[in-house]
Design a protein around this ligand. Structure first.
Ligand code: PBG
Length: 323
């Protein structure tokens, strides 16, 4: 009888030595929602332990993240004013631009990634421009997305992350960044982004729910997986440096397929709906915090290098305590 597997598991030091995957605080990207106004740190309805911050309350939050060992954030802006073309997304004094400057003047110890999209800034709530009949205007949206990415880079963003899912937007953004002196600003592309109900809590947080129709003409159909590989390939050809798969938990197969087919850093976005499910289960004492750990490890095992997650802070605390 061969007891090889038992022998590798019996001694906990050996078990740790042969362990294939682990979670560290620097694996996490923590999402932050920024609102206009002053002295605001307000919990978002239906989104436990996730807050709206005004720019002047960011320093304390950033200090806490650094203290916990978290090395990067992704910023989402929630503007007061919206219009047809989402002007707030690329305004020099836009909410995200102000937040980037605030964080960058406070510290250089945290990487600032910005979500590039129009949905929080457009009156209709779509990720690009729409015509009179409500159809998405793909090509007409590209200069607006490129302007948005450029204004983030100008404000000091380290990485831009387009989440709009228009075709050819990575090429448009790359070209605009390059022409304006930002050749070294990487693009983290939401490449395999599915039209998912798991974004619902986020849409409350960002105020970016579509006012008519849905996002199925530009986000992916979750009945498909080959299509994810096409999206990833196109984005890499157009100049993406990192690939995001989103959502993550019900899409572990997609993460694995991307990992097996491309040699590129993969980011799993553990989205708002996935987070809320677990938080509510934990609040009702039918789940434990260890489940969060197990789920995030599953994302690593599937092939994710980095995870965007609202659990980052509680996980960082847990990892510290368990050391
Ligand atoms: C903006 C954007 C969304 C999310 C990230 N960027 C919403 C959407 O596409 O509808 C969702 C994130 C989450 O649910 O946590 N386009």
């Amino acid at each position: 009888m061969n007891l090889r597997m038992r022998r590798l598991r019996e001694n906990s030091l050996i078990r740790d030595m042969v362990r294939e995957n682990s979670l560290n605080t620097d694996d996490f990207i923590y999402p932050l929602f920024i609102v206009e106004g002053e002295d605001i740190k307000r919990e978002i309805k239906g989104f436990p332990d996730v807050y709206h911050f005004s720019v002047d309350r960011l320093n304390a939050e950033i200090d806490e993240l650094i203290e916990l060992g978290i090395k990067s954030v992704i910023l989402f802006g929630v503007p007061d004013v919206k219009d047809e073309v989402g002007s707030g997304a690329f305004a020099d004094d836009g909410i995200v631009q102000k937040a980037i400057r605030q964080i960058k003047s406070h510290t250089d110890e945290i990487l600032v990634i910005t979500d590039v999209c129009l949905c929080e800034y457009t009156s209709h709530g779509h990720c690009g421009l729409v015509d009179d009949c409500g159809h998405i205007l793909n090509d007409e949206s590209l200069p607006y997305l490129a302007k948005t990415a450029l204004s983030h880079a100008r404000a000091g963003a380290d990485i831009v992350a387009p989440s709009d899912m228009m075709d050819f937007r990575i090429a448009a953004i790359r070209e605009t960044l390059d022409e304006n002196g930002f050749k070294n600003t990487p693009i983290m592309a939401y490449s395999a982004k599915y039209a998912s109900k798991f974004y619902d809590p986020f849409r409350v947080a960002g105020g970016g729910a579509p006012q008519f129709g849905n996002r199925k003409s530009y986000q992916m159909d979750y009945h498909n997986s080959d299509e994810a590989l096409i999206e990833v390939e196109l984005d890499l050809q157009e100049g993406a440096d990192f690939i995001i798969v989103k959502p993550a938990l019900s899409y572990l197969d997609i993460i694995r397929r991307v990992k097996d087919n491309f040699n590129t850093p993969i980011i799993a976005y553990n989205v708002s709906g996935e987070y809320v499910l677990l938080k509510n289960a934990i609040a009702n004492a039918v789940a434990s915090e260890e489940m969060i750990y197990e789920i995030l490890i599953a994302m690593k095992r599937a092939g994710a290098d980095i995870i965007i997650t609202y659990h980052a802070k509680e996980m960082a605390k847990m990892l510290k305590e368990c050391k």
